[in-house]
Design a protein around this ligand. Structure first.
Ligand SMILES: *Cc1c(COP(=O)(O)O)cnc(C)c1O
Length: 219
């Protein structure tokens, strides 16, 4: 299959689950994860109509996205990987959405940069639903207080929650937990589901899925 055919296939699988779950058509945004792929490999996907992309490294993204964004003005770029506070300025300058806010230090650095650059970035709080020590994200029981701090004390635009379930577990309970936490925080958006489990994520209420290898092929 070509990259265009794989994109079409992923789109139609999302639409099928939207229908089965009785969710409105188009309620799930596909974030095409282009990490490790070069501009020449991303261009055909843009040409096929995809506009929302995800990357997990600031520096790698700086090498390809300024050019791609200049060519196509309505690209929406999401940062889905861990962010260091010394990269906050670069991240705010390049990305439209940052999905990996998970501690006060980074929230403060982002608030400062957003103000300085006058660029209202949309943000997600990353939750470590599996409480994995090696994984980024705030603990589930601390999520509500952290979201409140981001909104009230820092004036950040928190749009939703994001998670990456443990690789060796059934993702359903993790997606359900994220949905429950978002509900408690009064948040409507859920970024969850990757190539291996995006259909399950849509069943559990994902409003965006982050799909890489099923579109671009193996990394
Ligand atoms: C790489 C990555 C994805 C996409 O993973 P695939 O399995 O290739 O679809 C999604 N989310 C995050 C946070 C990632 O780092």
């Amino acid at each position: 299959m070509s990259v265009e055919e794989r994109l079409k296939d992923v789109r139609s699988r999302i639409e099928t689950v939207e229908r089965q779950a009785k969710r409105p058509a188009g309620s799930v945004t596909l974030v095409a994860v282009s990490k490790t792929f070069h501009a020449e490999q991303i261009r055909p996907v843009i040409l096929a109509g995809q506009r929302v992309f995800g990357e997990n490294r600031v520096q790698e993204s700086q090498g390809k996205w300024p050019e791609l964004k200049a060519e196509t003005t309505d690209i929406e770029l999401h940062l889905i990987g861990p962010l260091q506070s010394n990269k906050a300025a670069d991240a705010v300058a390049l990305f439209d959405v940052i999905e990996t806010v998970d501690r006060e230090k980074i929230a403060r650095a982002l608030a400062e940069e957003i103000k300085k650059q006058g660029k209202p970035i949309r943000l997600y709080v990353q939750v470590n639903t599996g409480m994995e020590p090696q994984k980024a994200g705030i603990d589930p029981q601390e999520t509500a207080a952290f979201v409140e701090l981001c909104r009230r004390d820092l004036g950040l635009l928190i749009e939703g929650l994001m998670c990456i379930p443990p690789a060796d577990e059934n993702p359903g309970p993790h997606f359900a937990l994220l949905a429950k936490l978002a509900d408690q925080c009064g948040l409507q958006r859920l970024s969850m589901g990757m190539s291996g489990d995006f259909e399950t994520a849509v069943e559990f209420g994902a409003t965006s899925v982050r799909v890489g290898s099923a579109i671009f092929g193996v990394r």
